[in-house]
Design a protein around this ligand. Structure first.
Ligand code: FAD
Length: 349
């Protein structure tokens, strides 16, 4: 994003597009408040989509059985009438309070929001890549070693090595192979934890000679000033092979860390954010915390708890966003005003 990008003004910014952040859009939308969402991941769903998309969940009210991905898809469908704006692959990083009482929130790629409320729905924290144990890898990061693909174009004509045996490694082999100069997949064994279809496609590319597969572990990097020129791969017999490589993409899975939210100046309790159970507000007025990230006596880290929290939180957010308006309690079943917001007024008539 350029330095001159306009500041986005909104009622609320939701940090985290997990299930609780998504449902917050719905509760805020019923009260006419507009939301932007930030997530470091490249898609919605948080833990449900990233950690267990195909596992069934049995304790979502009215769904006897629903997978993590299906729940995400249904939430996306439910919030669509409120046109939420997603800012993926960005980390909410900086926070300051403006003279007019609003909050200025910035992301790691320079998106700036001036917002009345901030809703932290950051779960166990932002997903961060696990780093491989390769000496001196830090000095290549951001120049020739990357842990995610933010723009495919960046990898055009590169001598790319992808390391890993899971879905991310295999998916990016298939997506990037057509645009790179050369591609080698390095994995410590010849079996993969990825979708069988991706593995078959990768093996076909290897047979055709359009990419290579090398069994082994990356032990050392060669290069200068952050720019890789080659990597050293050790095989099962401890032989070292040197591969030409100017760009490395290691996919060793993700871990969750609270990250920059720890520096927002909020009271914390063992890396969680204490809130009251009436408004789910943090130690700063206008900043709320819902879902797995918050803490209060009796808290259960369940998706349904976060849904309940977002409904109550939205009523306090309304007081900040619409100080002169009257807040009414209405049922979606019987309120024509709510049905009109949901675009279902014709069906309900
Ligand atoms: P999350 O789902 O963790 O989403 C938070 C999002 O915030 C993430 O996408 C993260 O990338 C993003 N984020 C954090 N910080 C930042 C930042 N600074 N900038 C940008 N983005 C940020 N719960 C149940 O109710 N029933 C179950 O059966 C169940 N089964 C589970 C099975 C497994 C294997 C696991 C791991 C969890 C299970 N859970 C279950 C728990 C459930 O997934 C969590 O309670 C739920 O995901 C919490 O939702 P959330 O929206 O609060 O946070």
């Amino acid at each position: 994003m350029s330095d001159t990008a306009p500041i986005i003004e909104t009622d609320a910014v939701i940090i985290g597009a997990g299930p609780c952040g998504l449902f917050t859009v719905f509760e805020m939308g019923l009260l006419d408040m507009k939301c932007h969402l930030i997530d470091i991941l490249d898609r919605p769903g948080g833990q449900c989509a990233e950690l267990y998309p195909e596992k069934p969940i049995y304790d979502i009210p009215a769904y006897p059985c629903i997978t993590g991905q299906e729940l995400t898809d249904r939430l996306m469908e439910q919030i669509a009438p409120f046109d939420p704006v997603f800012h993926f692959q960005q980390m909410a990083e900086g926070l300051e309070q403006l003279e007019n009482g609003k909050w200025r929130l910035t992301t790691d790629i320079g998106t700036v929001f001036d917002t009345t409320c901030i809703i932290i729905a950051a779960g166990g924290g932002s997903f961060m890549p696990k780093k491989p144990p390769i000496p001196d890898i830090d000095s290549y990061e951001g120049i020739s070693v990357f842990y995610s693909v933010r723009q495919m174009e960046q990898f055009k004509d590169k001598e790319l090595v992808i390391v890993g045996g899971g879905d991310s490694a295999l998916d990016w082999c298939l997506n990037l192979q057509p645009i790179v100069k050369s591609l080698t997949l390095v994995h410590r064994r010849d079996s993969f934890r990825a979708a069988p279809d991706s593995v078959t496609k990768m093996r076909t590319l290897v047979e055709k000679g359009t990419m290579a597969f090398q069994m082994g572990q990356v032990k050392a990097l060669q290069g200068a000033s952050g720019q890789l020129s080659a990597i050293e791969v050790q095989d099962q017999d401890k032989n070292i092979q040197t591969l030409k490589c100017d760009t490395l993409l290691p996919f060793f899975g993700l871990t969750m860390k609270l990250g920059p939210i720890a520096d927002f100046g909020l009271n914390l309790h063992q890396n969680l954010i204490p809130v009251d159970t009436e408004k789910f507000e943090t130690s700063k007025a206008g900043i709320f915390a819902i879902g797995d990230i918050n803490h209060y006596p009796g808290k259960l880290k369940l998706i349904l708890s976060g849904f309940h929290e977002s409904a109550l939180m939205a009523r306090q957010a309304f007081k900040y966003c619409r100080p002169d308006a009257k807040l009414r309690f209405e049922y979606t079943t019987s309120s024509s005003s709510l049905q009109s917001k949901l675009g279902v007024d014709d069906k309900a008539a």
